[in-house]
Write a protein that binds this ligand. Structure first.
Ligand code: 5GP
Ligand code: MN
Length: 342
């Protein structure tokens, strides 16, 4: 069971005592845990009577836009003046699901200028020191689970309604790949049980996230596996790279490639999988690994990124071809680790 610093819990309790203007901020390209934990905190704070706004740096996939409270999310890139105003006026800012200010990208400067007290809740390794209060633990499945545990420690689970529970469950579900990884700790299932007790419908949550894709997305997945997956059996690795043109051929929409990077890990022997996506002015990389192979080390040391041991991301200014060549060099360099991940 995670141990919280009692003084931090008391301080948070005090901060939440009187009605406040609160902003909730999460990372760029928000995923299910980012949006799920942010909206979970949004509903919780609303239920405590606060004036709350969730801010994301940019848009997020359609499969997260059904979540209760979604219409209250302010997408900064679409409404900068309102976003600035909310951040400047906030008395408290919750920073969720990120450990470095780099992760909020173009919001970094304005964030550093804000006067609000900052409260970090996050499960990524080695968080920077930008918050006044830090609830950080890498052993929890997800930020959403950590949010639940903090609320429990505050003795306020009665303020988690079915909407908050739906959002938090979605965060846990997506960050654990439907309770497949990062969830060997029984506490994760106790948290899920606590959320289910709030009356959520896990069938609807599951199908809203996973059964809402376009036919084009399924075809892009088939194309990625059949035409684009490169296997490196001697390095236990796999690479899929998609150009902008290829994505456009399948009417790409944000979120369509979500999950693709995990697919090669189903192949016997593959312990490291990389997905490269060509963007307008850079290439985005997603890394997934198994066992003790450090995906985050590759991301941090070679691709301006970071993340968890087994799930990380980064970017590069190299072309797709050059980035693949760089990866191939890294496979050679890390051959021993790739062959001994278990
Ligand atoms: P994804 O591959 O789904 O984009 O990202 C997987 C995980 O890697 C994220 O949950 C996040 O922890 C991390 N990550 C992704 N992109 C970046 C990045 O550009 N910088 C850092 N520091 N972490 C990233
Ligand atoms: Mn997360």
């Amino acid at each position: 069971m995670i141990e919280f610093n009692q003084a931090d819990i008391s301080t948070l309790n005090l901060l939440l005592k009187n009605k406040k203007k609160i902003a909730i901020l999460t990372h760029v390209n928000p995923d299910g845990d980012a949006i799920g934990s942010s909206l979970g905190v949004f509903h919780f704070l609303n239920n405590l009577g606060h004036d709350v706004t969730v801010i994301t740096p940019n848009e997020y996939p359609l499969f997260l836009q059904w979540l209760p409270g979604n219409k209250n999310v302010l997408v900064y890139s679409k409404n900068k003046s309102k976003g600035k105003k909310v951040l400047h006026e906030a008395e408290l800012i919750f920073t969720l699901d990120f450990n470095h200010v780099e992760r909020i990208d173009w919001l970094k400067k304005i964030f550093s200028e804000t006067k609000a007290k900052k409260i970090l809740i996050d499960h990524h390794p080695n968080p920077e020191n930008f918050a006044d209060l830090k609830f950080s633990d890498t052993n929890v499945s997800s930020t959403a689970e950590l949010v639940y545990l903090v609320i429990k420690k505050l003795n306020k689970t009665d303020k988690i309604d079915v909407n908050a529970a739906t959002c938090l469950y979605t965060g846990i579900m997506t960050d654990t790949g439907c309770f497949n990884y990062n969830c060997s700790n029984p506490d994760t299932f106790k948290t899920a049980a606590g959320l289910i007790e709030k009356g959520i419908n896990i069938n609807i949550i599951n199908s809203s996230v996973y059964d809402n894709y376009s036919a084009d997305r399924m075809k892009l997945m088939g194309y990625s596996l059949h035409e684009k997956m490169q296997l490196y059996p001697e390095y236990n690795s796999a690479v899929i790279a998609l150009s902008q043109k290829e994505m456009q051929q399948f009417n790409f929409e944000s979120g369509d490639t979500e999950g693709f990077v995990n697919l090669p890990l189903s192949i016997k022997g593959i312990v490291f999988s990389v997905l490269l996506l060509e963007k307008k002015d850079h290439v985005k990389l997603s890394f997934r690994s198994q066992g003790n192979f450090p995906a985050n080390e590759i991301a941090a040391n070679y691709f301006e990124g970071g993340g968890h041991l087994n799930a990380a991301g980064g970017k590069t200014k190299l072309s797709l071809e050059e980035a693949i060549a760089k990866l191939e060099e890294l496979f050679k360099q890390y051959k021993d680790n790739l062959q001994n991940a278990f």
